[in-house]
Design a protein around this ligand. Structure first.
Ligand code: FAD
Length: 518
């Protein structure tokens, strides 16, 4: 059984027994990557259960250093989550709802701790939204049974995606591996099931007495980052400046984007210097904003009620948001992509280079290709990189440096504030031509042409590569080849570490050979 099916089967099998369970003394919502109070499916259901049973709602979040390690979660991302928890705690407090936050060193102890807390609080019902990574799905299946053995009902619900994985099948009854036909079916499905875009009911306040009952939790503070993910004070300030936390910030960004930028999104989204995208990925991946909320708001800003008509900017934006769903469906159907295997296993045997000097130059943004270097420096500074640039640096790593794309995938996770396994894995599979619906392997980005096309004036390059700020005109795209070598060298900008023309041929040969072996 795939992990998602294992969970579904466990839920189904245990349902009758779970339905028998009484309400207990409180209802628990377990926050994971759904750090918001609004439009949150599991939280809303937990709140309803508590209200109907006349008992308080208690929320919990578990900081798990081992999970961060296993997922290579970046320190800026952990910092964002912890800052968001402060906002969440304050918002819940307004409703007399306590937020219990603790750090559990060993991730195997997480389920045990949850059960202990439920026993202490007299909770008989726990709610959470499903995460679709393999380990998480297996954990939730086990927890469903472990809870039942203790007389507790553990309810897991779909929320992170608009359409649940497995709901869309191609004509031959299989999971789609190509985005366009999947997207057409996704649209049709959402139109047929408009409830999928409905907002979850708002949560209710706890009775005032909860303040006293859970006084210790109200008085507790959010733990600081575990040592393996801590940042210096200066770094914290920097990231806090780039990425203010919490759902109110997400809602503000979304409404500004809808008012000011979405209409031109389709035309401008590929140009990294224009700041024309929503910059909401950190919010979507940590759940301070639901994809459902963003799509509903975009639809409501359109002149038509369909998702595939009206403003091209709006339909374009909805189609980008749908990529999130697509990659999560892929992850659930082909969970082996979680295990460092390429989706296209005929490409499992490509001979990759493991040149540490080249890899370090790529990581540090010192390859001598300005657009690549600008992009890598943007990510190292902000924890974020523009989508076009993610594709350029991904292609450059795999097809110019011939370095194993999995190293790039991992490096991204350790740096990105919006790191999300499914989207990152999907993006790398696309760029390195080994994933679902990939860029064909023989289509190799020329980094200079990409630079000239998408950063024609060199504004993005000059912003992130200070050594090239004094280089005028088109020379900024390849200073040493266009007469600006002296200026570049004087400022310490590196020469190219490889020649694109030469590497391109090598890459074509390696992919062909790999295919032959696969
Ligand atoms: P917008 O253009 O405003 O798009 C809106 C939202 O749609 C995004 O916030 C995101 O949630 C979703 N989205 C857009 N494009 C994609 C896409 N190609 N795949 C999946 N979702 C998409 N996105 C992540 O959220 N986390 C990652 O770890 C991640 N890694 C990537 C790695 C590579 C190699 C590539 C090519 C892409 C990756 N992406 C990832 C997708 C995309 O680059 C970012 O979602 C986007 O740049 C975020 O900026 P934005 O919020 O302004 O996007």
């Amino acid at each position: 059984l795939r992990p998602v099916e294992l969970l579904e089967t466990t839920i189904k099998k245990t349902k009758p027994e779970r339905e028998e369970i009484n309400v207990g003394e409180c209802v628990v919502h377990w926050f994971k990557r759904d750090l918001r109070t609004r439009d949150n499916t599991a939280l809303s259901r937990a709140s309803k259960k508590a209200e109907e049973g006349g008992v308080p709602l208690v929320c919990m979040f578990i900081v798990s250093p081992q999970d961060y390690e296993a997922h290579l979660t970046s320190a800026p991302r952990v910092d964002f989550e912890l800052r968001t928890l402060e906002v969440l705690k304050a918002d819940l407090e307004e409703l007399n709802i306590p937020l219990y936050v603790t750090t559990i060193e060993n991730r195997k102890d997480v389920p045990k701790h949850i059960l202990e807390k439920c026993a202490e609080w007299g909770a008989k019902h726990i709610y959470c939204n499903i995460e679709y990574e393999v380990d998480e799905l297996r954990r939730e299946a086990k927890l469903t049974k472990a809870c039942l053995a203790k007389g507790i009902d553990f309810t897991t619900v779909h929320d992170d995606v608009v359409v649940p994985p497995g709901a869309l099948k191609s004509g031959s009854g299989n999971q789609y591996s190509v985005y366009s036909p999947w997207f057409r079916t996704w649209i049709k499905h959402v139109h047929e099931h408009p409830v999928l875009l409905n907002e979850a009911d708002p949560i209710s306040a706890n009775p005032l007495s909860a303040k006293e009952t859970f006084a210790a939790i109200f008085a507790s503070s959010i733990p600081s980052a575990p040592p393996n993910k801590s940042l210096t004070e200066a770094e914290r300030k920097r990231y806090a400046n780039y990425w203010p936390p919490g759902e109110h910030e997400a809602a503000l960004r979304l409404s500004r984007f809808l008012a000011e930028k979405i209409k031109k999104y389709k035309d401008l989204r590929n140009f990294p210097s224009l700041n024309s995208t929503s910059l909401l990925s950190v919010h979507l991946s940590s759940g301070t904003l639901a994809a459902r909320t963003a799509i509903r708001a975009a639809r409501d800003a359109n002149s038509v009620t369909r998702l595939d008509g009206g403003s091209p900017g709006i339909t374009g934006y909805i189609s980008e948001l749908a990529w999130r769903d697509f990659y999560k469906h892929v992850l659930c159907h082909w969970p082996y992509v979680c295990m460092s295997k390429p989706f296209k296993y005929e490409y499992a045997d490509i001979e990759w280079e493991y040149n540490p000097a080249h890899f370090t130059a790529w990581c540090e943004g010192k390859t001598g290709y300005p657009i690549v270097d600008a992009a890598m420096r943007q990510m190292n500074e902000m924890g974020y990189m523009h989508n076009r640039c993610r594709m350029i640096v991904g292609s450059f790593l795999a097809k110019d440096l011939l370095i194993d794309w999995r190293l790039g995938e991992q490096y991204f996770m350790t740096r990105l504030v919006d790191g999300d396994f499914a989207s990152n894995n999907g993006g790398w599979g696309f760029s390195a031509s080994v994933g679902v619906d990939p860029q064909p392997y023989f289509r190799i980005f020329n980094p200079v042409l990409q630079s000239e096309k998408f950063d024609a004036e060199g504004e993005y390059i000059r912003k992130w590569v200070p050594e090239l700020r004094g280089v005028g005109g088109k020379a900024v795209h390849e200073p040493y080849a266009r007469g600006a070598g002296k200026e570049a060298e004087g400022k310490g900008y590196p020469r190219r570490i490889v020649e694109h023309k030469v590497q391109r041929e090598k890459a074509l040969e390696r992919y062909k050979r790999g295919l032959g072996r696969g």
